[in-house]
Structures are given as C-alpha cells and as structure tokens.
Write a protein that binds this ligand. Structure first.
Ligand code: PMP
Length: 396
C-alpha cells in the first residue's frame, strides 16, 4: 500500500468532528438540530427556473463559455446596489469580486494575508469552517471574549496591547454562527477605530444579516470604515439558495485585484449560469418580499424553540434569543464533556452540534448549537422534549 506523504497543512486524521456528528445524526429516527440548512420549502424554484430560461435565451453562449474571474458584470452590479441599499456600503464595480460561495472569500483572504504563525483575532465561539481555513494557512488564533452584544471592545483593546502583531480579525457581526449574537452598533465603530490604531484588517462575514425577524437593523462594520481596513463578505446562500455557490467580497481595488488573481488559480471563475440567473432573478422579482418571508418563518421557528427550551430544559440552562439568523446557543451548567452529552442525546434520538469545534482554544463545556431554520413545528416540540429529558438526566 502506498503511504501518502501529505503536506503539513493537511488536517489531522479524524479532525472532521462535525462530519462525524452529522453522519451520526443522519439516522431517520433522530430529530437533528445539528444541521445548518435553509428551509428548502421557501426556495423560489419556479421564479429561478424562469430566470434560467431567460438567461439561456438571451446569453446562452456567454453562459456556456469561460468567463471573467471577477464575475459577471450584471451580478457585480446587482451586488453593488444590494450592499449600498442594505448595508450602507458604497463602492465601485472594481471593488467587487464574485466568489464560489462566501466560503471562498475566507480561503482567498487566508491565502493572501496569513503566513504561518500570523496572529488572527477571533470571537469565541466562532464559525468553525473559518477556523479550519485559517488553520490550513498556519494562523495562530487569539480569542477575544464576547458577551450578549458580541465581541467586547474593551477586551479587544487589552488583547491588542498584548498582541500588537495581530494582522487580521474575523467576525460574524449579525446573528453569529454559532451563538446567534449580534455585535452592538457602537462596538462596530470602535472596532474600525481599533483596526486603524493597532494596524490590523477586519474580515466582516455577514451571511445572516438580512434574515432579521426582530429588533432594529444595525449598520455594517464596513459602513464605518474610512480607512480601507474592512473587507465585507456576503452570500446568496441564505436568502436565495446555497446550491448556487455564490458569494462576494467588497474591498479596496488593490485587494480585490489580488484576490482575483488567487481566485483565478483556484477555480478560474465561479459558475456562469448561477451568476446570470441570480442577476436575472433580482431584476424580475421582489427579493425584499422573499427575504421577509424567510425571516417570518425563521422567526416563528425561533419562537417555538425558545418556548420549548423554557418548557422542557432543566432550570439553570441558558440559551440565546437571536433577533435573526438560523442558530441559537445553549449552555448547560455542570456538564464537563459535551461530546459525551451528544452521544447520550443520540440515544434519546435527538442531536445538536457540540460547542467544541467552534473554539480554537479550550471549549466551554456543556455548550452546543441548535438550528431552527430547517425544522418543522412538530419536530421542534418533540425534539426539544427529547433533548430536555436527556439533559435532565445529564445534570442530575
Ligand atoms: N460564513 C458563515 C458564518 C457561515 O455560517 C457560512 C455557511 N455555513 C459561510 C460563511 C459560507 O457560506 P457560503 O459559502 O454558502 O456562502
């Protein structure tokens, strides 16, 4: 048998903890809050089909030909208009790069900026795939404490005094994955000022911001940036369809040009049909109404979750109450081993994602993520009842 001599950046064997969890939770008997999928019943299938037909009619040959690495101009214009309207981010066409999912932005930024040993600041817990990406580039993670209003800026400044070498800060400011927390407005402005004072870059990852079902819109971190320090990334995955694999980054032209070169070596360009079709979809449909429908449904499911948690979970269990997005975060006191708790819950035919992989450092024991976007009402109730029983036993 050949022994493959992999590169140093290849993850250790068995490190796909989440893959293993999702596989274990895939048993049809299990009610799984572990996933992170949008509700497929709200995919605008008919409208998208019409958009695809139109696109083939009008641009069949361009769709089927190689395209530009930066993306289809019509879609980049759609993105520009969208971020100006929704996020107060005002930019030019040269500032936009279309990517293969917003996941690719994390990868390209990692490739462009992170040398092995470079310090990357994160809120903890944070989006685990971002940790995985930055890890492959050799990032040294330094975490900054959060509270209910997101990353604490006083703690960030203390961290920066200890780590003036910090190069990049990664944040999910709205309805964060995994906690559902939102970074307070004044902290966003402070973050930009600290980036300027301590000379670091901010990668603002905002896949969930538009899916708000309560509270007031909070301006993007990028909207406070007068220095070109914030790179703003977005996606069509949560508002339209993740299967199209379309995301984007808005950044200074110099950076976009470099990321474009790196993207070109990764995949030449993102899928043309998806790009043309999404641009057409925006032209022909009331996208705001569509997103409002998604928000309403997720808001309803979140309410059921919060009610179920109060009804079935043992006293002392804490959970977040997000104003948008797809996830909430639970903390069970008195549990040392969350993976063991997960296995226990599987025996009750219910699953979640244990908190551990969302931490670069020492995980908080007894914490886990629950998804509600892709859960039917009856499943939520029965699932939380089962989870409540398992937790009652675990905290005894
Ligand atoms: N960032 C965060 C915080 C996410 O939760 C996700 C999706 N799980 C992504 C980025 C990547 O999404 P996509 O590549 O589909 O745009």
């Amino acid at each position: 048998m050949t022994k493959y001599n992999y590169s140093k950046r290849v993850p250790e064997k068995g490190s796909d903890v989440v893959g293993a969890i999702l596989a274990a939770a895939a048993d049809p008997e299990v009610i799984s809050f572990a996933g992170g999928l949008p509700a497929p019943e709200l995919f605008p299938v008919k409208e998208m089909e019409a958009a695809v037909d139109k696109v083939f009619e009008a641009h069949g040959r361009e769709v089927m030909q190689y395209g530009a690495a930066k993306g289809v101009t019509a879609l980049r214009q759609t993105i520009l208009q969208h971020v100006a309207e929704k996020e107060d981010v005002h930019a030019e066409l040269d500032n936009v790069l279309v990517t293969t999912g917003s996941e690719q932005v994390i990868d390209l930024v990692g490739k462009a900026f992170i040398n092995p040993g470079d310090t990357v600041l994160i809120e903890e817990p944070t989006y685990l795939c971002a940790l995985d990406v930055f890890k492959t580039y050799g990032a040294n993670f330094v975490s900054v404490p959060m509270d209910e209003d997101g990353m604490r800026m006083d703690a960030l400044e203390e961290t920066l005094k200890a780590h003036p070498e910090a190069k990049l800060l990664y944040t999910v400011p709205n309805f964060q994955n995994p906690t559902g927390r939102t970074l307070a407005k004044e902290r966003r402005q402070q973050l930009v000022e600290l980036a300027e004072k301590y000379d670091f870059l901010v990668l603002e990852d905002n896949p969930y911001g538009e899916i708000r079902f309560a509270g007031q819109h909070v301006p993007s971190v990028k909207s406070f940036d007068h220095y070109g320090r914030v790179f703003y990334m977005g996606t069509f995955s949560k508002t339209l369809a993740p299967g199209f694999r379309l995301g984007w980054v808005v950044a200074p032209k110099e950076v976009v040009d470099l990321l474009t070169v790196l993207k070109q070596s990764a995949d030449l360009h993102s899928d043309n049909l998806s790009q043309y079709a999404v641009a057409q979809f925006f032209e022909d449909n009331d996208v705001d109404a569509h997103v409002a429908e998604i928000s309403k449904l997720y808001g309803h499911r979140k309410e059921l979750m919060v009610k179920g948690i109060h009804k079935y979970f043992p006293a002392g269990v804490k959970s977040t109450d997000p104003e948008g997005g797809m996830f909430l975060w639970v903390e069970v006191p008195g549990v040392d081993d969350t993976v063991a708790l997960f296995k226990q819950c599987l025996k009750h035919n219910v699953a979640f994602v244990p908190g551990d992989p969302f931490y670069a450092g020492k995980p908080q024991p007894g914490a886990f993520r629950l998804n509600y976007s892709n859960m039917q009402d009856d499943q939520i109730d029965v699932g939380l009842q089962r989870l409540g029983q398992a937790l009652q036993q675990a905290v005894k």
